[in-house]
Write a protein that binds this ligand. Structure first.
Ligand SMILES: Cc1cc2nc3c(=O)[nH]c(=O)nc-3n(C[C@H](O)[C@H](O)[C@H](O)COP(=O)(O)OP(=O)(O)OC[C@H]3O[C@@H](n4cnc5c(N)ncnc54)[C@H](O)[C@@H]3O)c2cc1C
Length: 411
């Protein structure tokens, strides 16, 4: 049955991580039917350390009344303070200090974030399929047919790739699409119950150490959230990081910390095991976000950002709400899809690419060699002083954005 004249659009969402379930919830509010297909099983735990969930991400959730499970999750951060390896202050940044709604930022585990969003989507009636790994798509006049690795299929009018940095949907839209770029720092970290660090409440202390970036924050329940970015110039072979055991990671971190001032050695010893680390990738420019009407990308699949920006999750959520608004407001139903996708890209590409560039610069600062370190340590206090003096206004382009879901998109 050809649906090209149909008013009602059905959306197939690949990926039930951060952006996928929220797109489904936003579409539900817009009266558009969708289903989410996630490769992993429902009970699989999200790998990865804790993340900094910034105010603009919470704002996007609030815009569709989906912030509930996260408003109090994890731990609030209202300040980031920076020191060098000697413990000398480089300055501090208020988090989203100029937002009229008072939102700041929260540290929470990637698992808590993804699980919270998925659970909310299920509670509100979104159809989530787990253990369904997307393999390919067939396009025909009647729409798009997603094919999964168990041989099953799902039909719709639009296929959304919310399938993360290694997106399969991206390669279908463009077989020559950019591949993720390796960023030369690793990520490790977690939560330590029962270890406190001497830092003011709600302040995350970041150390541009002599050989390793290391960060720690006390939590009100007497614990510590920490992360580290050991530099690694060359991309590790597949499986190489997983083959490194807990004791070897701890030994490497101790060696990199060396004589740096602060509690990093104590943190490494107290961290519950196993200590693991992840490689970092980003995606500066994906030439084609959509195929002109049947397939489109969202979140990391379109513009993965290095964790140093603290914005990947928030970008995926802003995308999700924006895409839903475009699909709701475009005239013509299915026949309006090409226009809706073009408008979505137009609204999102500039901001997301600017943030990817910002994340890449921050990650490179963390990996600076001896000469770069001297320049960095001279420049950062100037930047931080300016940001402190203006009360955080210079950071508002990043954390200050506000989404108005009900506002109509002009076409
Ligand atoms: C170590 C680390 C630290 C980070 N720190 C931060 C931070 O501080 N702040 C921040 O905002 N962000 C951070 N991020 C980034 C953040 O996690 C991502 O930007 C965010 O999760 C992107 O959401 P997404 O929905 O686009 O993709 P994801 O959340 O990655 O979801 C993609 C989903 O698609 C599924 N999938 C993949 N392929 C298929 C397939 N073929 N079929 C079906 N399903 C599939 C995956 O299983 C996954 O569940 C960090 C990431 C890492 C790795």
């Amino acid at each position: 049955m050809a649906r090209s004249g149909s008013d009602t659009v059905k959306v197939i969402i690949i990926g039930g991580g951060v952006g996928g379930p929220i797109l489904a919830l936003a579409l539900q509010r817009a009266g558009i039917e969708s289903e989410v297909f996630e490769a992993r099983e429902a009970e699989a735990e999200e790998r990865g350390s804790w993340l900094n969930f910034q105010a603009n991400g919470m704002d996007a959730l609030r815009s569709i009344d989906a912030a509930g499970p996260l408003e109090d999750a994890g731990y609030e951060v209202d300040t980031m303070s920076f020191v060098n390896g000697k413990g000398r202050s480089l300055g501090q940044l208020p988090m989203a200090a100029r937002r009229p709604d008072g939102l700041t930022s929260r540290m929470l585990s990637r698992d808590a974030l993804a699980r919270g969003l998925r659970t909310l989507a299920e509670e509100r009636g979104v159809t989530m399929h787990y253990g369904r790994k997307f393999e390919t798509a067939r396009l025909d006049p009647a729409g798009v047919c997603a094919v999964f690795d168990d041989g099953s299929e799902a039909r719709g009018d639009l296929l959304v790739g919310a399938d993360g940095v290694w997106s399969k949907v991206r390669t279908l839209i463009d077989p020559h699409a950019a591949i993720p770029r390796y960023v030369p720092v690793l990520n490790t970290g977690g939560f330590i119950p029962g270890l406190t660090v001497d830092v003011p409440e709600k302040e995350f202390r970041m150390q541009f150490g002599t050989r390793c970036f290391f960060a720690w924050m006390p939590t009100p329940d007497g614990g510590t959230v920490w992360f580290a970015n050991p530099p690694r110039r060359h991309e590790p072979e597949r499986g190489a990081l997983e083959a490194i055991d807990d004791a070897s990671w701890r030994a490497l971190l101790h060696e990199l910390i060396g004589q740096d001032h602060g509690p990093a050695h104590e943190i490494i010893d107290a961290a519950p095991g196993p200590v693991e680390a992840w490689a970092t990738y980003d995606l500066p420019t994906v030439a084609h976000w959509h195929d002109g009407g049947r397939m489109v990308l969202l979140g990391d699949a379109a513009h993965a950002v290095a964790p140093s920006a603290g914005q990947g999750a928030s970008m995926a959520l802003e995308d999700a709400v924006t895409l839903a608004r475009c699909l709701r407001d475009v005239p013509g139903g299915v026949s309006g899809l090409p226009v809706a996708l073009a408008r979505y890209e137009e609204l999102r590409r500039g901001r997301t690419e600017k943030i990817v560039a910002h994340g890449h610069r921050s990650a490179n600062d963390k990996a600076a060699g001896p000469v770069g370190r001297v320049i960095r340590d001279a420049m950062l206090p100037v930047i931080f002083r300016r940001a402190s003096r203006d009360g955080g206004a210079s950071m508002m382009w990043l954390q200050g954005s506000h989404v108005e879901f009900e506002e109509r998109v002009a076409f």
